[in-house]
Design a protein around this ligand. Sequence first.
Ligand code: NAD
Length: 435
Amino acid sequence: MTVMVPSMTPALARPASIPSDLTTPGLQALDSALRQLHHAAEHLGLDDGLRTMLATPRRSLTVSVPLRRENGQMDVVQGFRVQHNISRGPAKGGIRFHPATDIHEVTALAMWMTWKCALVGIPYGGAKGGVAVDPTALTSRELERLTRRYVNEILPLIGPEKDIPAPDVGTDEQTMAWIMDTYSVNTGYSVPGVVTGKPMTLGGSLGRAGATSRGVQIAALAALGRSPEGVTVAVQGFGKVGALAAQYLSDAGCVVVAVSDASGAVHAPGGLDVAALRVHAEESGGVLGYPHADAMAHDDLLELDVDMLVPAALENVITAANAPRVRARLVVEGANGPTTPEADEILADAGTTVVPDILANAGGVIVSYLEWVQNMQAYSWSAGEVELKLRDLMEGAYGEVRSLAGERGLSLRQAAHVIGVDRVAEAHRVRGLYP
Ligand code: NAD
């Protein structure tokens, strides 16, 4: 059955609500997300009404979060939760604590979650949350108070059957434990399924902590198409995703020659001992100062002469300005939105393969889904079972993207978006429009 959605607004690549000078990283991210959607919608021939539905978040909440500091002072920070689409199931997406986050960035990240869940075939819509705060500037008690108060403000939106948060930049297992507790106290009983990426003791899943990075490794090795032995890699970002992606790629035989984090970048042309570097970063708070490597400028890492580049930090780092100098032949996006649409075109023209974020970093939401399924059944799977299911879904999605790209002459990103957008559009068509 095809339901025609009446045309309300013309489908635009860049809506009037987004200024053309894209003054903030959040606006840049949203612009990228909308242009990717526009391309997929054109390819699929979607009508204007459906395009507008898919370009618009279903629910968007901005909250003011009062925070009592240790010195008694009260600050107020802004928080957000956006549910981009819930046509295929409950909304799902991480919560980011970062000073530059805003409603535009959170909307873009929520939209990418929608396509990602559809692409890998898990029954979720897309969501994202954020608080505009620097978590490294807060004590643990301040962070706990902030998290609990933010969760209280977004409480009407979340729940195991409605919207399930997870960790993202600046949040971790402890944040998820506080969210689970706050939600459970308000509900009157323990609700482990309200968040994923929890500590094991609260119903976390084996394999979740390394899932995004494992997925990056699976996608990277599939795209490499040859033995990983001796393949040189640079990784930007050494947090939850980047550090373990570097580790897993190194375990597979790749030579990780450079990594960076907010503290700086380190380079060792003969290869880094990733395990030792992880210990150094854990103990000293960053990769800088690691004794068996040279320091290098942040941005130079992206332009190193390596076989594979893994951006695993933030959005908009490969742009029209530096893309012509990216020498890696394979870019595997651990981060969400690291490559702007202009940079994408430059990389494509140069013959560089980009494994897009919604495919490359989908391992996190896949194992989040597995964690949620275990919670809903009050049952747990072994690490081996989780890894097998993760591998199966990642390799299945990679295969589908690769073959559609080959059949229709699309880039991997375009093919991934066409598949994800098509599945969500189909859900809308089959459900029809209420009332
Ligand atoms: P994180 O907070 O654990 O790590 C972020 C890392 O980026 C830190 O090492 C930080 O120091 C570094 N960083 C910040 N600014 C930098 C800069 N200018 N140059 C180099 N490094 C810089 O966050 P994370 O969970 O690892 O997320 C990283 C990316 O992966 C984000 O785009 C996130 O949305 C995406 N992602 C995360 C998950 C997940 O499960 N955590 C899943 C899918 C996608």
